[in-house]
Structure formats: C-alpha cells, structure tokens
Write a protein that binds this ligand. Structure first.
Ligand SMILES: [Zn+2]
Length: 473
C-alpha cells in the first residue's frame, strides 16, 4: 500500500479531520507498505489534519509505529514513567499535562480519561483488545479489588521523584473476551486497512459502558480458566472484597477445604476465604489430632493469614478438662458441641475460658433452643441435620426455636429430607431463606461453608455456589 491508498482506507473506516486518535498497531499485519511505519503515520496525520492529534503508547515493547511517532518533530511524551503515551498534534499538551500527578496511571486526570472527555477514538490496527491500554483506565476508575500498586523513581524537570500509584493492572486479563460485546453494543466498528482488521472505538462510550459492565461483574475482564493462576487469584481478591462488605464472617469447614493443611490453605486462598472451622483433618475428627500437631496446624493457618473460627467436636470428649489443655496449646478459643452435651462438659470448657456453642444433631429447633438456654450457650444452625430429621429448617426450626435470639453460626449446607447432601439451594435446607433473613438483620456471627455435612462438590465449586446464592438474594 502507498500513502494515498492508506489515506482512503483510514477515511473509509471512519477517521475524520480533527479527531484525537489513540493508536495500537501491528505494522506487519497491514501487509506491504511503501516506506513502512512512517508512511502509516503520514497517512494518519494527513487524515487527522492540522487540528487532529495522533497518540500512541510508548510503555513497554509496543512496536515500530510508536517509536517513529515519538521521533517526529514536535512529538510530546506524557510525563509519567508508566502508562506513557507519545503524541503529535494540538491536543497532546493538554492531554499529557501532569500525567504523573494523577492518583492512578490510567484512571482519572490521565491522558486516557481526558481522551474520552474530548470525544476521542481508539484505533486497533491489526491487533486485538489485548493491546487496548485504554481498558486499564476503566479498571482503574472502577477501583477493582485485584488491582495492585506500582512504584517508580523518575525525573521531572531534573528533580528525582519516587511515587506509588494504586490501581495498576494485574498480570493476566481477558480483554479479548469483551471484544464481541463492544461490537454488538455499537461502541466499535470493524473495517479493513490493507490486509489488517481495523477496530475503531468511541472512547467515551467505551468508558461509560465499560464502567457499567464492571459494576455488574467486577471480573468482567478476567478469564474464567481455572488453570490460570493469575485470574484465580484476582477473582479471589474480588470475592474477599465483596465478603468484606458483609456483616457476617465467612469460613469454610476444613473437611471441605482439603485433606492436608497446605491443600486447605491453597484452596482457601484460591476462594478468597480467610477463616476455617476445624472439623475433620486428614480424614479424621480434628479432636483426634495430637496436641502438638493441632498447634502446628493452627500456626500454619495463622502464618497464611487464615483464622481458625472454631473446632467442631462430633462427640463430647471423655475428659473435657484434658482436651481443654490441647485447645489452649493450639490457641483455639471456641468449640462447637453436639446439642446433647452435658452441663458438666460445658462447665469444664467454660472453666478453661473456652467459648461453647451447640449445634443440632438430633434435636428439633425448639429442643436445641431449650438446651442452649439451659447451658447458657450460643447455637449453631445446621440446616442439613434439621432437614434430615424432617423439620423445615427455616419455617419450623429457625422460627419456632427463635434462633434470632441465640444463633452464633449458620452452617451453609443443604440436604434432602431423606438425608442426602446436595448442593446449595437444591434441597430442603431452605438455605437461601436462612442466609437472606440473617443478612437482613446484619447477623455478625459466622457462616461456615460445608459445615455439618459432606458437601457434594469441591471447595472452589462451593465458594462459587455461595457467591451465586448471594447474588440471587
Ligand atoms: Zn487468566
């Protein structure tokens, strides 16, 4: 292609005189161009005219067109060591002004947000959304929880400055995944320049729509490949941030989290859950662990920033006072006992300053409430166990037992009336009703995923099931 042919192709795809245009490009994909990158730049500047401005990112290895544009007489470079742009044309100075002083590299008061405000356009010439740095501006403006910090030392007018910007993009992303959405919502058109596809995007519309998409789903530019460690971690940060807004504390049972402690930690981190309830470890009740091993496990959790909310006992130990020593050595402060625990056993735990709560095993809601009053203990509501004894966990157990008065934990599980454990909201556990009503009163106790019964899915599937349930409420 020669300059004349390029000029008509650029006009054809919708570039107009006076436009402010940010270009990402792959020169090779256009095909053979007489004079190479300079001819492409000349053609673009000719279409844009004296009132138009041409911009390109120069941060990272971005190709020959940005380098050639930067070398043009009168080219400016935005004064920021990251997210840097170069530009030729009358709008460049105002777009680039004090770029480094902005709160984030790509967000408000940067060339990216100013490009949108000016009604500018983005051209992806022979490359895809993966290269679209403007999308980082949407992530930054949304303050997405997975974004990180970036620190740089650089010089401004001979003065050395070190600055840290939050809201910096993460390692992997799936910008390609929103390409179709951009096309279908009329933000973008796709034309052809030489043999290259040319995507022309309205920056203002993209910013507005993109912010809506991100508010609906903060993971909108992350991939959902479970084998992508970057996006698993970034999604976990989103989940943890969302759970941080809830009044309840979210935990997972150790049996669901994994067989061995390192596996449990890995799964909890991948799920974005920061608390664990010890029920079974290595296929046995946690109460069977030797004192040293239990203490070592709790220490390992704490070093991984995971809090142990409680130890759940399947039966009251023969010598509660002795077991309290084991708990104290491990720094475990709360035990959950079956609802038929004797007053003497509860007294022994209390004497050792261990908090006791009781869960329903074979009691009705009313019976458990009566036991709790007698023992002066809090209650744990296990919906699967209530359903399996034929009592509707919300309509009967919760209401008749007045759990609102004494409940300290809700086991997040589900089961059929015949006792079969099923996935959340697929059984008779009325778990959706129980979560909803307790959310309405800002219940500040613990919600433990997979407690009380074996969950018929993996830890990560359970976390996703719970996230889905919350979204539906
Ligand atoms: Zn990914």
């Amino acid at each position: 292609m020669n300059q004349k042919e390029l000029v008509s192709a650029f006009k054809e795809i919708g570039i107009k005189a006076g436009d402010v245009l940010l270009i990402h490009s792959s020169l090779a994909s256009i095909g053979e161009v007489e004079g190479g990158a300079d001819t492409v730049i000349d053609a673009l500047l000719k279409v844009l005219g004296a009132k138009g401005t041409l911009l390109a990112p120069v941060f990272g290895a971005l190709g020959v067109i940005p380098d050639k544009l930067k070398a043009r007489p009168g080219a400016l470079v935005s004064p920021c060591p990251v997210g840097t742009l170069t530009g030729v044309g009358p709008a460049a100075a105002a777009l680039f002004k004090d770029h480094w002083k902005a709160d984030t590299v790509h967000g408000e008061n940067t060339p990216f947000s100013r490009l949108a405000a000016k009604g500018g356009k983005i051209l992806l010439l022979g490359c895809d959304q993966d290269r679209n740095t403007f999308l980082h501006g949407i992530e930054a403006q949304l303050e997405l929880p997975y974004l990180r910090e970036c620190t740089c030392s650089f010089e401004v007018n001979g003065k050395k400055i070190t600055k840290t910007w939050p809201g910096y993009p993460g390692p992997h992303r799936d910008f390609i995944g929103i390409d179709r959405r951009m096309l279908e919502s009329g933000i973008m058109t796709i034309g052809k320049v030489g043999s290259a596809q040319a995507r022309l995007i309205d920056a203002k519309k993209l910013l507005e729509e993109g912010k809506k998409w991100g508010k609906e789903d903060p993971a909108f530019v992350l991939c959902d490949n479970p084998a992508c460690p970057d996006c698993v971690e970034q999604r976990a940060r989103i989940f943890a941030a969302e759970m941080g807004k809830e009044a309840f504390k979210l935990a997972m049972s150790s049996r669901l989290a994994g067989r061995y402690v390192p596996e449990m930690i890995e799964n909890l981190h991948a799920c974005g859950i920061r608390c664990i309830e010890l029920d079974y470890v290595q296929g046995k009740p946690a109460s069977m662990m030797p004192a040293e091993k239990l203490a070592a496990a709790v220490k390992e959790f704490s070093e991984a920033e995971i809090e142990v909310t409680a130890l759940r006992l399947m039966a009251v130990p023969a010598d509660p006072a002795k077991f309290c020593e084991t708990l104290k050595k491990a720094k475990i402060k709360t035990v959950l006992l079956p609802g038929n625990a004797s007053p003497d056993a509860v007294k022994a735990f209390r004497k050792a300053k261990i908090t006791v709560a009781i869960y329903n095993c074979c009691q009705s809601g009313v019976e458990l409430a009566a036991r709790a009053a007698e023992l002066k203990a809090g209650t744990v509501l296990d919906p699967a166990a209530f359903a399996a004894m034929g009592e509707m966990p919300f309509l009967r157990s919760y209401r008749n037992g007045r759990f609102i008065k004494h409940m300290v934990q809700l086991d997040v599980n589900d089961a059929l009336f015949d006792g079969t454990a099923v996935r959340l909201a697929k059984g008779n556990g009325e778990i959706k009703e129980l979560v909803s009503i307790n959310r309405c009163r800002n219940f500040s106790g613990v919600l433990t995923l997979g407690a009380g019964v074996i969950y018929p899915a993996t830890a990560r599937e359970m976390a996703a099931d719970f996230a889905k349930l919350l979204k539906e409420i």
